[in-house]
Design a protein around this ligand. Structure first.
Ligand code: CU
Length: 331
């Protein structure tokens, strides 16, 4: 039997671990967007209501233990049971329901026609992202999203295979991505920072590795980023980069990946035009470093279960190194 002090310490550590889940870049209780703030408020009201009911129930249980076990007045007991067991919970739940339903119109409202609209398509197990750029073209990115602070942005969501769900807990609610349908979600970020998005609907072996990041930045920074991402890849100057690009095309990577400005125009996998500027590799699974990219190319099935990219074990070390070097400099 552990001493009482040890038990207290263990409780304290557990509580600390639980509470630490309430902060950080993926917490609905640490809101950085309009929708998330309203959802967090609803959560706190519900938690408050539940605590109140819990306290009353415990108090009544303790009180009942001290009652004299003799026959009680029938009518009074019936009143107590119906009042406490049916009427009170109905009133509390109805108030919470009305409060919750009241939030819906604002959460579901679609922004004006001028608002930024971003298309996101879910795939097993990554995200295709399309932005309209300043000159009215649609550009394609993957696995990372950037948003200007202080503006509502509408997401048009769909899936290319199974049902996924798009959720950035710090910014707003979650919405299913359904094959053959387009669903809508409006996010209105109010704080800058990096937030984490997840797939919130079990979608197969690597469901847990289907994540993305959302960077909320000031409007000027956003515009600059978008115009940089709209450009084709920089034409290779150095010999090593030229070789890397040639190898990329020769190896057949271009059958599935697009690199704008080259012949690679595949659409099965993520667009890699500016892959080197992403923070992560494999839908927020690994840091985007040369070592991880090299490993990814040679052993991808061991790294991400069920991944829809073949591994290229036949490549020599020099070749996969050259490819990773090439991909890393695609800023
Ligand atoms: Cu998914």
């Amino acid at each position: 039997m552990p001493a009482e002090g040890d038990a207290f310490k263990a409780n304290l550590i557990c509580a600390g671990i639980l509470i630490s889940g309430c902060s950080g870049s993926q917490s609905a209780l640490n809101p950085a967007g309009d929708g998330a703030q309203q959802i967090a408020r609803l959560f706190w009201w519900m938690a408050g209501g539940a605590t109140l009911i819990w306290v009353i129930m415990i108090a009544l249980s303790i009180y009942s233990l001290h009652l004299n076990p003799v026959a009680h007045h029938r009518q009074k007991s019936a009143l107590f049971i119906i009042g406490g067991g049916a009427i009170t919970p109905t009133i509390i739940l109805t108030v919470l329901l009305i409060y919750g339903l009241n939030l819906l119109p604002a959460l579901l409202a679609r922004p004006s026609a001028e608002a930024l609209r971003v298309e996101v398509q879910g795939y097993q197990w990554w995200w295709r992202v399309r932005y309209p750029n300043q000159s009215g073209e649609t550009i394609e990115l993957a696995n990372e999203i950037r948003l200007p602070r202080g503006e509502p942005v509408e997401f048009l969501l769909t899936s290319k295979d199974v049902v996924h769900s798009f959720w950035v807990p710090s910014l707003g609610g979650k919405v299913d991505m359904i094959p053959g349908r387009t669903t809508h979600l409006t996010l209105h970020p109010v704080k800058t920072g990096r937030f984490r998005g997840v797939c919130a609907e079990y979608c197969g072996a690597s469901h847990a590795y289907m994540n993305f990041t959302v960077d909320v930045v000031e409007k000027e920074e956003f515009d600059e980023w978008l115009s940089q991402q709209s450009a084709d890849r920089d034409a290779p100057q150095k010999e090593s980069v030229k070789n890397g690009e040639e190898l990329f095309l020769l190896t057949g990577c271009g059958a599935c990946h697009t690199i704008r400005g080259t012949e690679a125009d595949g659409t099965i996998g993520p667009d890699l035009t500016h892959f080197g500027s992403r923070h992560s590799l494999g839908a927020d699974m690994f840091p985007n470093t040369r070592e991880y990219i090299q490993n990814w190319i040679a052993h991808v099935s061991a790294l991400k279960p069920g991944v829809k990219m073949p591994e290229f074990r036949a490549l020599t070390d020099e070749e996969s190194q050259s490819l990773s070097q090439y991909l890393k400099q695609l800023k």
